[in-house]
Write a protein that binds this ligand. Structure first.
Ligand SMILES: NC(=O)c1ccc[n+]([C@@H]2O[C@H](COP(=O)([O-])OP(=O)(O)OC[C@H]3O[C@@H](n4cnc5c(N)ncnc54)[C@H](OP(=O)(O)O)[C@@H]3O)[C@@H](O)[C@H]2O)c1
Length: 356
């Protein structure tokens, strides 16, 4: 396949500067790498936070973007597991040492072949772009077998872990968020029941279709939510609680609901957990959803191996998504909507090849 020398990308030109569409070189795939034409890329909250808070990236111009899907257009030396023309989904990443981001808001993306994943026929490219960061952020802090920041549950995509927590209650705060949607689905595969989530109530049918048994209005007072959750669980303890939002309000609620000795997963550690008292034995686990991070290679490979079957059977569904017009330029308004809390229960997706 013909690969151009230059491409459009969405750039943060300097720290805190507004994003612009610019032109950068297309990398050639190196040993063990793939070059992927990005046909769809999805937006994440971290994309606006990097620019607005000036975090993670210190190398500019910076290109962010953590979720994408497309077609393999070139193979680096030694790659035998993929062919030109394969449809794959990929995840962008940041490098903590160099403080640089290798993002997917581009038209061509290079990555180690072992981190790409072939998309089953039944899944569209746009739907595939909604999956990588949502499922990894949901899965790793629940099922990673050997890091401290994990509940170390048995992975439900293994024979040993499928349905292993049958009859145990599970609570997820923010079930309509993209991460929350995957947490609900994984909890269902783990056998947890009831699966209770907080959300705006207009998402109730959708969240129940993913596996939530009870959807509580996220705007109710904490006392009401705690009383309802305990009643629904029939007095059984919440040994595992996942907070897919992790702001002061949700952290307080989630920690209060977590049973003594239980596992509380959070996705942001910008604020302290209100009421945290380690003498209770409650463990707080900060999610780290990057497949690229070496400590996640084993659990990531195990998840990616299982994903084709899970997606083909419908056991795991991609997030609902909305396609924005304008190619990469469309990301700018999408990030503004995310920053203003105007995105509810969908993943925003653009098609970089439509960039003019
Ligand atoms: N640590 C990591 O590796 C990692 C990886 C990915 C994401 N994250 C973080 O995880 C968070 C979620 O990411 P995302 O992509 O899933 O977000 P998202 O889909 O953009 O989140 C939007 C959703 O959040 C819900 N929401 C907002 N405030 C809420 C509250 N107080 N209670 C319950 N629901 C609330 C909204 O619910 P309603 O529409 O129902 O009102 C909306 O559907 C972000 O802060 C992100 O930065 C961390």
């Amino acid at each position: 396949m013909a690969v151009p020398a230059a491409q459009k990308a969405l750039l943060i030109p300097a720290k805190f500067a507004p994003c612009v569409v610019g032109t950068i070189a297309v990398s050639q795939p190196k040993l063990g790498e793939l070059l992927v034409r990005i046909d769809a890329t999805a937006l994440n909250p971290i994309d606006w936070k990097i620019r607005v808070y000036g975090v993670l990236a210190e190398t500019f111009p910076a290109v962010t973007g953590y979720d994408a899907a497309g077609v393999v257009v070139a193979l680096g030396e030694g790659v035998t597991s993929f062919a030109v023309g394969d449809r794959v989904m990929v995840q962008g990443w940041f490098d903590a040492e160099s403080k640089s981001v290798h993002g997917t808001f581009v038209q061509y993306f290079d990555l180690p072949a072992r981190l790409a994943f072939k998309i089953p026929e039944s899944i569209s490219i746009e739907a595939a772009a909604t999956i990588p960061s949502g499922i990894s952020t949901a899965a790793f802090p629940l099922y990673h077998p050997d890091i401290p920041a994990s509940a170390k549950l048995k992975a439900p995509w293994t024979a040993e872990g499928a349905g292993a927590y049958s009859g145990k209650p599970f609570f997820v705060l923010g079930g309509s968020s993209c991460v929350g949607q995957f947490v609900i689905q994984l909890a269902r595969l783990s056998g947890f029941a009831p699966i209770i989530t907080t959300s705006s109530l207009h998402h109730t049918d959708y969240l129940q279709s993913l596996g939530a048994t009870h959807v509580l209005d996220r705007r109710l007072p904490h006392e009401t939510l705690i009383a309802s959750a305990r009643e629904i669980a029939g007095g059984k303890p919440f040994d595992v609680v996942y907070d897919a939002i992790s702001v002061t309000d949700t952290l307080a609620l989630g920690y209060a609901l977590t049973a003594p000795g239980g596992d509380f997963v959070i996705v942001l550690d910008l604020e302290p957990v209100p009421g945290r008292d380690d003498a209770t034995g409650k463990k707080v686990h900060m999610a780290h959803g990057l497949f690229m991070t070496p400590v996640n290679h084993g659990v990531g490979a195990s998840l990616l191996d299982a994903l084709p079957k899970l997606l083909e059977s419908g056991a795991i569904k991609p997030s609902r998504h909305e396609i924005l017009p304008g190619g990469l330029a469309g990301i700018i308004d999408g990030l503004r909507r995310m920053e203003n809390d105007e995105v509810s229960g969908v993943k925003l997706v653009v098609r970089p090849q439509e960039t003019v």
